[in-house]
Design a binder for this molecule. Structure first.
Ligand code: NAD
Ligand code: IPM
Ligand code: MN
Length: 358
């Protein structure tokens, strides 16, 4: 039997608290379905490492990680000691870029037992995916700062959209939409105001859409799209967006569905030549770190997505994924629940309850 090799990086803040619960759930499901996993833990890509070494990761980080099938990742960032752009560009964003994790797949679902901040919504009403372009767009390193400190100071950062980069994320999103009952794709741009890159994205959507005659395509400008997320979330099925808009929509969506504490993500290199990365959507949450009250569900769900990915179509792994989701649903209904869901449970007790339910 294949033994899957997984790299584990817990990172900063609540990353250290939620990753053990993610592993507990993945282990329970792996045991139940006869899946073998070998973990290797890495104690870098966190701000404590930066304090000691002046960098977030060892110089050979790529070689250390490239042979793993997947990376199970907590969160990075401790802005009190290291500026966020330094810690994130020195770790997570490097993984996304250098491992070519061009898909950031982020499910948004109103789960049973989770109070919805939008009136009159029930589970099933909100059930869509944000498919975020994850390697280019606004997150480019091209630009610079001139005449620093003078009143002529100029700061420029370019957005980069390549045909290869746009087409491959659109293809992924259209394939996903085609596989779902609603067969509906929504594309987010701002082509009325950002008049070069965004109309280009729209143009590629039109070209790609022609190859998916059975998928209905809607295009929205990002401003009104955020309003529809709040007012008409039932409208969405697969929402594809450039990097920055996808980032924003993937916090807004889960907030509309109750809490970002349950929102998972898969950073995928669908070619599987380099490791894909699975992590909660949320960050290191310094405001609640060290208290054992972070919701572990986002990380546990990300672990379920990782198992599904490892299976690459093998039904046993899909069953393991589904068993974790069923256990999450059970515990969201019956408790214990963390304070973001109005409960008084803690990270460990929620994690243990989910593992037991698996
Ligand atoms: P955040 O997601 O860390 O926290 C936002 C708010 O949501 C906080 O009030 C926090 O307590 C709450 N929250 C987040 N996760 C929760 C959970 N699992 N359970 C309960 N409540 C939860 O976002 P932020 O405050 O903007 O960022 C904090 C740090 O994390 C920064 O350094 C930021 O750059 C970093 N960050 C990292 C990632 C990542 O590693 N993927 C993602 C987002 C932010
Ligand atoms: C996310 C985060 C990251 C992003 C930050 C921490 C760089 O917000 O994964 O959503 O912007 O992609
Ligand atoms: Mn984000």
């Amino acid at each position: 039997m294949t033994k899957h090799k997984i790299a584990v990086i817990a990172g900063d803040g609540i990353g250290q608290e939620v990753i053990p619960e993610g592993l507990r759930a993945v282990d329970a499901a792996a045991k139940k379905f006869g899946i073998e996993i070998e973990y290797t833990h890495f104690d870098w890509a966190h701000c404590g490492y930066y304090a000691e070494h002046g960098k977030m990761m060892p110089d050979d980080w790529f070689d250390q990680l490239k042979g793993f099938e997947a990376i199970f990742f907590g969160a990075v960032g401790w802005p009190a000691t290291v500026p966020d752009h330094v810690s994130l560009r020195g770790s997570l964003l490097k993984f996304r870029r250098d491992f070519d994790l061009y898909v950031n797949l982020r499910p948004v679902r109103l789960m049973p037992g989770v109070p919805c901040p939008l009136a009159g919504r029930k589970p099933g009403d909100i059930d869509f995916y944000v498919v975020r372009e994850n390697t280019e767009g606004e997150y480019s390193s091209i630009g610079g700062r001139m005449y620093e400190g003078t009143d002529r100071e100029i700061v420029i950062q370019e957005s980069v959209f390549t045909r290869h980069g746009v087409d491959r994320i659109l293809k992924f999103a259209y394939d996903l939409a085609q596989s779902r009952p609603k067969k509906h794709l929504t594309s987010a741009t701002k082509s009325n105001g950002i008049a070069i890159t965004m109309p280009y994205w729209d143009e590629r959507v039109e070209a790609m859409g022609k190859q998916y005659g059975d998928v209905k395509t809607d295009k929205y400008h990002i401003d009104i799209l955020t309003a529809h997320f709040v007012l008409n979330p039932q409208r969405f099925d697969v929402v594809v967006a450039p990097n920055l808009f996808g980032d924003i929509l993937s916090d807004l969506g889960p907030a509309c569905a109750g809490t970002i504490g349950i929102a998972p993500s898969a950073n995928l290199n669908p070619d599987r030549k380099l490791p894909s990365l699975f992590e909660p959507v949320h960050g290191s949450a310094p405001d609640i770190a060290g208290k054992n009250i972070a919701n572990p569900v986002a990380t546990i769900w990300s672990g379920a997505m990782m198992l599904d990915f490892l299976g690459n179509g093998n039904p046993k792994y899909k069953q393991a994924h589904d068993a974790i989701l069923a256990a999450i649903e059970k515990v969201l209904v019956e408790g214990p629940k963390t304070p973001d869901l109005g409960g008084s449970g803690d990270t460990t007790s929620v994690g243990k309850a989910i593992a037991a339910a698996i």
